[in-house]
Design a binder for this molecule. Structure first.
Ligand code: ZN
Length: 276
């Protein structure tokens, strides 16, 4: 169930809020699909490109414009690439929970769903100080059991569902959680990701800019919040990176936009709701 909530006034006199989010899937994005990927060095190397080249490009661009993003990091990525994850946190960005082995909760039993949450938390704790307050499920699939685990572990918000295009309450079996919704059209993966087994799309960044810019204009007109989702190995390729550069420059140049992490948006929305 979706329950609408009144949105607060955005800080700094802004008309709308925007969040840049990055899912740092790295190798476990594939290893979580199937153990057979353990021997597929080319596929794993493409995933690793996100750490080697994509992430530094993203961090440099955000620093250049003084913007903060939310990086959803699986526990496995924190274990394989602790220095990269520490660098994200040290730059002041938010680290969110993104499972441990990037296993889809709809494909695993309750015990494994609990392990994904708890091992992910433990792995993140080894390289960042702050406990994540937000969660995003692998491949945006979430079951009622995992949803209940989020409440049990005290997460302040989820960012996996698509029941509205602005913050709302996602409710299941008596549990209500603040949802910062996503959508496939505002995710780089469906526009650009391609692999040898199932193909995909090697899309034109110019076409995606038109989609993403139209959404930004709509968010301003409706005074709402919008989330963009990217993957360092996807958006980090040079020709696609110009799309992110354009988006960041548009956000930084606009006085009508408040660019904030998911944690900041969640805190504002929750405190606004508490006042009413
Ligand atoms: Zn992911």
């Amino acid at each position: 169930m979706s329950r609408s909530i009144a949105l607060p006034s955005w800080p700094e006199g802004a008309d709308a809020a925007v969040s840049l989010t990055f899912d740092v899937d790295a190798e476990c994005g594939w290893l979580g699909e199937s153990p057979e990927y353990a021997d597929r060095l080319t596929t794993l190397s493409e995933a690793r490109f996100g750490i080697t080249r994509g992430l530094p490009r993203i961090l440099a661009l955000l620093a250049e414009h003084g913007l903060k993003g939310t990086f959803y990091v699986p526990g496995d990525t924190a274990e394989r690439h602790p220095d990269a994850v520490r660098e994200i946190a040290a730059a002041g960005h938010e680290i969110g929970h993104h499972g441990h082995l990037h296993l889809r909760s709809d494909r695993i039993d309750h015990r494994a769903q609990r392990e994904e949450i708890e091992r992910g938390l433990a792995a993140l704790a080894t390289c960042v100080d702050a406990r994540p307050s937000g969660y995003r499920s692998a491949s945006w699939e979430i079951t009622p059991f995992t949803f209940a685990l989020l409440a049990e572990h005290g997460f302040a918000y989820d960012s996996s569902c698509m029941g509205d295009d602005r913050p709302y309450l996602e409710e299941h079996e008596g549990v209500a959680l603040l949802e910062l919704p996503v959508h496939w059209s505002l995710d780089d993966w469906p526009h650009f990701a391609w692999n040898i087994d199932s193909g995909g799309r090697l899309g034109d960044p110019e076409a995606v800019w038109r989609i993403w810019n139209a959404e930004l204009a709509s968010a301003i007109a409706e005074r709402r919040h919008v989330t963009y989702t990217m993957h360092p190995e996807v958006i980090g390729r040079a020709h696609r990176f110009e799309l992110l550069r354009r988006l960041v420059e548009a956000i930084a140049a606009s006085e009508r936009l408040w660019c904030a992490t998911h944690g900041e948006v969640a805190e504002l929305v929750r405190s606004g709701a508490a006042r009413r």
